[in-house]
Design a protein around this ligand. Structure first.
Ligand code: ADE
Length: 233
């Protein structure tokens, strides 16, 4: 079982990409998640394997054809699926949406666009949600799909090496992470400046450590990302 992703793409070789390595790679081997990447070109209706055409109304670039995308989609069969088109027009991916997707009881189908876009009619006909990974434009949806998948996979049960890590995150839910330190306790950088680890962290007082980390998280969030704070704080 586990979380299953279908990928509709013109570049199926881009998957699993980086997800074959590290935590997600081990989780793939353990079948905690799986994927099936389909080459959209295999669903072209003509012998030239045409997947795109010029936009009605004129303008630059090419548009992926609705009939070709639909044929690829229908080849997946009847299994229930959440259909997502990766696009800078979509709602911006955030941790609550990642949590929701990681807990999905259905397959997740990710449509990766190229060129100028996809014929709107196939998005409408099959009720694709649109998701963006941020306010910038990539040359295709594949890296966005990999990012969405990575964010979901690390939340699956049994994926993280250190089970504490998820708990740490909920402790500071919605805030930026506090700074981390490891040995040596005193380190001289290449400019000759001696830098000590904050004393509280070597004090052995777990209550104080927790308090300090929380305060650091709050201060960082206030400084860098006040938009993340609830309106009251
Ligand atoms: N495709 C191109 N740019 C994108 C973005 N920012 N997010 C998701 N998919 C995209």
């Amino acid at each position: 079982m586990g979380l299953h992703f279908n990928l509709l793409t013109l570049f199926p070789e881009m998957f699993p990409g980086s997800l074959a390595l590290s935590l997600s790679g081990r989780a793939l081997e353990k079948r905690l998640w799986s994927y099936h990447s389909l080459n959209i070109r295999d669903f072209a209706g003509d012998r030239h394997k045409t997947v795109d055409d010029t936009p009605y109304g004129g303008g630059a670039g090419m548009v992926l054809r609705a009939d070709v995308i639909e044929a690829a989609l229908l080849s997946l069969g009847e299994r229930p699926q959440r259909k997502i088109y990766l696009s800078p027009r979509g709602k911006v991916l955030n941790q609550p949406l990642v949590q929701e997707l990681a807990a999905a009881q259905t397959d997740i189908t990710l449509l990766c666009g190229r060129y100028e876009g996809v014929d709107q009619r196939v998005l409408d006909a099959h009720e694709f949600e649109e998701v963006s990974i941020g306010d910038y434009v990539l040359s295709g949806g594949e890296p966005a799909a990999l990012i969405l998948m990575d964010a979901c996979i690390r939340l699956l049960d049994g994926v993280m090496g250190n089970e504490d890590t998820a708990g740490e995150e909920s402790f500071s839910a919605g805030l930026l992470e506090y700074p981390h330190y490891t040995r040596p306790a005193e380190w001289t950088d290449s400019s000759g400046v001696s830098r000590k680890v904050p004393e509280v962290l070597t004090s052995g007082d777990h209550g104080k450590v927790k308090e300090w980390r929380r305060a650091q998280s709050l201060a960082l969030t206030r400084n860098r990302r006040p938009d993340l704070l609830p309106p009251s704080s």
